[in-house]
Design a protein around this ligand. Structure first.
Ligand code: AAT
Length: 292
């Protein structure tokens, strides 16, 4: 039987309350596609008439089909283009597969390990989020289901790039991925010329966490710089990321725009101009992170 387009009306809605409960985000729901309680968190996937498929954990929006590319491209391509030859990459978290999809666009990559705590997230993404998960079956990908903070500790001098695509520190098991010890372990798991990049929260609602994450990363690396990108369905619409390098390689001074211009894969957000512009921080953000 052919399914009719549903009239969503005004009653069928999903709501996300931002941290500290000042307000939030709501979206019309066309159909609920999947809901489950894993040992770690509540998982929901629904279809919205405008946002497309939406994936949420414990009521917090992780990805929507209309803007996930903005987040994943900014988290992944800034560090990937700064590394001279990234062959072995570790993604921590990121169970929907969006970060892995972007990592594999770089032809130098021989192996991409994804360490996600929740196997059920990955299973649900493969079934219901083809727009992010379509590269998880690539032969270069290895999937590990473990707490990323534990997993990373077993490596020394192993990875070229580590990408931290974690949930918020206050949600599920995400807190483990914001500690000083964790960033130190990441530093040790990186090769001599390794690069780290982490999602470090929105600076409007969650600036305390953004600042803490940035300062803890900076304490472990000779160079750390925060940068920003638009992300319409994350709180504040403006998201922060922190870039860090072991050699002190600088994402502005040492950036080669030619590399981005000659890139063969299609990108919808990131380009060489965005790369440079993203490191320009508003005064209030500079102040929060103590660099005013
Ligand atoms: N790319 C989608 C965006 C995400 S998903 C973050 C993932 O991190 C989730 O799948 C979650 O299960 C996983 N995760 C949480 N804690 C751990 C851990 N300790 N080890 C490994 N994986 C973990 C993030 C969006 C954040 C922004 C939302 N406001």
């Amino acid at each position: 039987m052919e399914e009719k387009e549903l009239k969503t009306g005004r009653h069928s809605i999903y709501m996300e309350w931002y941290s500290k409960d000042p307000g939030g985000l709501f979206m019309r729901v066309n159909r609920w596609l999947y809901s489950a309680q894993s040992p770690f968190q509540r998982i929901d996937i629904f279809e919205s008439p405008f946002y497309g498929r939406v994936f949420s954990l414990d009521g917090i929006t992780m990805t929507t089909e209309i803007d996930e590319f903005m987040y994943h491209e900014m988290l992944v391509h800034v560090p990937m283009f700064m590394h001279p030859n990234p062959k072995k990459v570790l993604v921590i978290g990121g169970g929907d597969g969006g970060s892995i999809r972007e990592v594999l666009k770089h032809p130098s990559v021989e192996k991409a390990v994804m360490c996600e705590i929740d196997e059920l997230v990955v299973k649900a993404a493969i079934e219901y989020l083809p727009y992010t998960s379509n590269k998880l079956s690539d032969p270069r990908v290895e999937l590990v289901y473990e707490d990323g903070a534990k997993f990373v500790r077993q490596f020394k001098n192993e990875f070229d790039v580590i990408i931290i695509d974690s949930t918020d520190p206050t949600a599920g098991e995400g807190g483990h991925l914001f500690t000083l010890e964790f960033y130190k372990a990441c530093n040790e798991a990186l090769k001599e010329d390794g690069i780290l990049c982490a999602q470090t929260e929105g600076m409007t609602y969650d600036w305390e966490w953004g600042t803490t994450a940035y300062k803890r990363i900076k304490a472990n690396f000779p160079l750390a710089k925060m940068y920003l990108g638009f992300m319409p369905t994350y709180p504040g619409g403006m998201w922060s990321y922190t870039f860090a390098s072991k050699t002190g390689i600088d994402p502005i001074k040492d950036f080669n725009p030619e590399k981005v211009r000659n890139f063969k894969e299609p990108l919808r957000y990131y380009n060489e101009e965005i790369h440079k512009a993203a490191f320009a921080l508003p005064n209030f953000v500079r102040k929060y992170i103590g660099e005013d």
